[in-house]
Design a protein around this ligand. Structure first.
Ligand code: CMC
Length: 475
């Protein structure tokens, strides 16, 4: 029986699922589930609210009922019975794998956990001074070099490579003042250095999805280690994706419960419709750039505090509030300033986010087990704040906790530092990003919306020396 050693976690998920099923009114929103006949009419708000960008069979966010579906399966069932590797296979391939397919898939993923070139190169950067998402983005670019031959495939000059040995740098033989810059390559003499390029290592193929799913996790763990002044830890091929992530982060093999909770968190974050980072990924891919560039853009978009960056901000906010007794005053002040409360609200959900329905009880389970009394205090602050927000903004504007509200408490109880919360979101979302890109590329059309020009026309150009009067700069 799957997950038999972590039945208590399964029970928590099933209880959350039952509660959701009792509370929500089932039924799909026709405008987001009926097949599309292009071109279509739809009501579009600022920030492309309501815009339909494409059709997809990958996942569905039912914003009115608060349901999340991956390829036809409810996310609650996937959390209760599946695991991150199987969910990734499902998202990419469109169906649950057979035992043989799953064994092969897991073997592939394990083989791509080992990214020594990427990690070694990353170590030459001041990762400890970089924002962890910036380091992750850099790492995703280095993975491109490690896994695909695309960089090596490009034409390189027939010129001795610049090595770290100072004497071999061509500055010695090309004194200053010469026509060419010292590192300018002579385009006349070019040779193709590597012909190994094939569909297999196409930077927009299936293999690249697998490589990115494993590689981004390995990079995130290495980045976290380096930022804490430790050396990265080599992956363990015997462990599941979730357990290996925790192992590479901490150097300690996780307990079955820790592994399971990380696995559930990864499942919950794997895909979520046309969110900002998925859209960014797809826009880049639609130009026929490649998956590595596309995932780099996804990481960049996810970093913002209105999106994946909210999970880290939530923890800082709870720490700032400090104690349950301060919640009322803090919330009143935040409301009077019209501050956005981190971890609440969503463009699509006008109901309780199903991911928060699972992460909230998991956070409770962990803080009650934890010896760290501070985490229990923060959890109590969170639940008190949730009550206040739901009773006010929930009633007025349908604002409820989102996925980011409880995930940080879950991660901190597992010893994960706050600056890694958003990278972990990315580790999981790579499955959604890459599956959606693969699906879209089958019928690709470059994304190219328009802006309405509201500027001026017919201005006469005035030369610089004739311009008079200070005009304030437009912002
Ligand atoms: N706290 C207080 N008021 C809010 C909040 C919030 N968290 N979210 C929305 N509102 C209000 C907002 O002020 C506006 O009020 P009014 O109509 O009176 O001006 C109304 O609700 C609509 O808000 P909006 O900003 O137009 O909504 P949006 O769809 O553009 O933004 C959002 C969605 C998620 C960016 C926003 O709710 C927000 O900033 N939340 C806080 C950050 C956060 O938790 N982000 C994680 C999102 S879920 C995970 C993910 O996908 O990344």
């Amino acid at each position: 029986m799957p997950h038999s050693s972590t039945q208590e976690i399964t029970d928590i998920i099933l209880k959350a699922a039952n509660k959701a099923r009792q509370e929500i009114k089932p039924g799909q929103e026709k405008s987001f589930t009926n097949p599309v006949k292009w071109p279509i009419d739809c009501l579009v708000g600022p920030g492309l609210e309501g815009a339909i960008a494409c059709e997809s069979e990958i996942g569905y966010v039912n914003g009115s009922s608060g349901e999340l579906i991956y390829r036809g399966y409810n996310v609650f069932d996937l959390c209760a019975y599946s695991n991150f590797e199987e969910v990734s296979y499902l998202l990419i391939h469109g169906h649950l794998p057979t035992a043989v397919q799953f064994k092969k898939f897991k073997k592939d993923l394990v083989s791509y956990r080992f990214v020594p070139k990427t990690i070694r190169t990353l170590m030459s950067f001041p990762v400890e001074e970089m924002n962890s998402m910036a380091a992750l983005r850099l790492g995703s670019n280095l993975l491109r070099r490690e896994f695909s031959y695309v960089d090596q495939r490009t034409y390189r000059p027939d010129y001795p490579p610049i090595s770290s040995d100072e004497d071999s740098i061509p500055m010695e033989t090309r004194p200053m003042g010469e026509k060419h810059a010292i590192y300018e390559f002579n385009n006349g003499k070019i040779t193709q250095r590597n012909n190994k390029f094939s569909e297999l290592n196409s930077p927009s193929g299936l293999k690249s999805c697998y490589q990115l799913i494993s590689g981004v996790a390995a990079v995130a763990a290495a980045v976290s280690r380096m930022r804490q002044g430790h050396l990265p830890i080599e992956a363990d091929p015997e462990l599941s994706h979730a357990a290996n992530l925790l192992y590479m982060l901490t150097g300690r093999k996780p307990t079955a419960v820790e592994e399971r909770i990380m696995d559930v968190a990864l499942i919950l974050h794997a895909d979520h419709g046309m969110n900002a980072s998925t859209f960014a990924t797809m826009v880049v891919a639609s130009t026929l750039s490649d998956l590595y560039f596309a995932v780099g853009s996804g990481i960049a978009a996810l970093n913002g505090p209105l999106h994946g960056g909210a999970n880290e901000q939530v923890l800082h906010m709870l720490e700032k509030i400090g104690s349950v007794n301060n919640v009322k005053d803090w919330y009143q002040k935040a409301r009077s300033r019209k501050d956005k409360i981190m971890g609440f609200g969503h463009r699509v959900y006008k109901a309780y986010d199903p991911r928060a329905r699972v992460l909230g009880p998991l956070a409770k389970y962990l803080v009650e087990k934890s010896e760290n009394k501070r985490s229990l205090e923060l959890f109590n602050v969170a639940t008190e704040l949730e009550k206040k927000v739901v009773d006010t903004l929930g009633v007025e504007k349908k604002i409820f906790p989102n996925v980011d509200f409880y995930s940080g408490i879950v991660y901190s109880c597992m010893g994960i530092p706050a600056d890694l919360f958003t990278p972990i979101f990315a580790v999981s979302r790579v499955s959604g990003w890459t599956s959606r890109v693969l699906e879209y590329l089958k019928n690709n059309r470059i994304f190219r919306p328009r802006a309405v020009y509201v500027g001026q026309f017919d201005l006469d150009y005035v030369p610089l020396n004739k311009r008079k009067g200070e005009k304030s700069d437009k912002k």
